[in-house]
Design a protein around this ligand. Sequence first.
Ligand SMILES: NC(=O)C1=CN([C@@H]2O[C@H](COP(=O)(O)OP(=O)(O)OC[C@H]3O[C@@H](n4cnc5c(N)ncnc54)[C@H](OP(=O)(O)O)[C@@H]3O)[C@@H](O)[C@H]2O)C=CC1
Ligand SMILES: O=CC(=O)O
Length: 362
Amino acid sequence: MATSFVKSTSIHPHISSAFLTSPSNYCLSKAMALVSSFCPHPHFHFTTKPIFSFSSKQNNFSTSIAQAEGKQTKIGFLGLGIMGSPMAQNLLKAGCDVTVWNRTKSKCDPLISLGAKYESCPEGVAASCDVTFAMLADPESAVDVACGKNGAASGLSQGKGYVDVSTVDVATSKLISEHIKATGAEFLEAPVSGSKKPAEDGQLIFLTAGDRSLFEATSTLLDIMGKSKFYLGDVGNGAAMKLVVNMIMGSMMASFSEGILLSEKVGLDPSVLVEVISQGAISAPMYSMKGPSMVKSSYPTAFPLKHQQKDLRLALALAESVSQPIPIAAATNELYKIAKSRGLSDQDFSAVIEALKVKLQH
Ligand SMILES: NC(=O)C1=CN([C@@H]2O[C@H](COP(=O)(O)OP(=O)(O)OC[C@H]3O[C@@H](n4cnc5c(N)ncnc54)[C@H](OP(=O)(O)O)[C@@H]3O)[C@@H](O)[C@H]2O)C=CC1
Ligand SMILES: O=CC(=O)O
């Protein structure tokens, strides 16, 4: 399996490192790094000429990328949920030419007011764009949007690319890849690690596999939306990596939930538990981020619980396919199923703690 880790850290030689390490200039350093790492491709001609405009009033900047010659690369974005919206927004803010579609049209409106174009079906987006990204809920919607009636595949042809960033299983990704490749277009699976905030901040981790030439051609775009990207070889490896990561995350959250409730039951302050954990070897950003609100029984949605359960279900099937026992994940999946049955599907996945709450019997 060809595996490589590509960091987007090359820095423009005319910018001092002190300037770049200032938090307010972090995004500038990122944008300059994108420019230095530009890699042309015979089919996809991404931007080569950056224009930076600073706003001293807000102490921030906007980056406009325009091509020196020829037409600007047209980027499609299908699926504008919690993740897709901020990802498409970051492309727009970087000056990209973006065309959007979402099943519920009203979610396109904020993007359209930021300058996005709109097409009424995935086929229309794929036909009018050079490369199309898709961020859909689950395997069923990813297949439908890519391969269904008026789906993206109907608008694709040689010289175009399709990048599916949804979290799906290996078989689904391979099925989508076959449909896309049959049109002559290139395919890249690129599920992301990182939630709502990393999506907003352009700090996602892309787990890509498929056509390496498309990976290289879209590298600049992945760097706008993310902080790092892994190229993992054949289609399916990105999906598998994402499912393993999310299987671990789901179990970590379930274990954390048990700890919070047990600490409370034995008379400890669960907020102190969160603080203790944050200082030790098992500290994780997830615990510090979600712990304080979990203690207050509040679960503002960043990663919907129904998607975490979907990922556990898909990870269990993956493990089954290679006869790997994953008993912790199997038990964890049951807990998320209970949480779903209690109407918590659209809450954040940290609401799984609710499935463990029982009244004291004396
Ligand atoms: N949220 C997170 O923290 C992360 C999520 N992910 C993964 O990213 C993907 C998207 O997640 P997220 O944005 O949170 O999910 P959302 O539920 O917020 O968005 C799902 C998107 O899929 C669309 N959709 C659902 N069903 C269909 C269908 N049958 N046909 C067409 N479109 C459909 C929705 O359209 P509509 O608006 O019409 O409902 C919406 O655009 C999932 O695979 C998830 O597992 C990965 C990393 C982090
Ligand atoms: O898939 C969810 C995430 O946080 O990553």
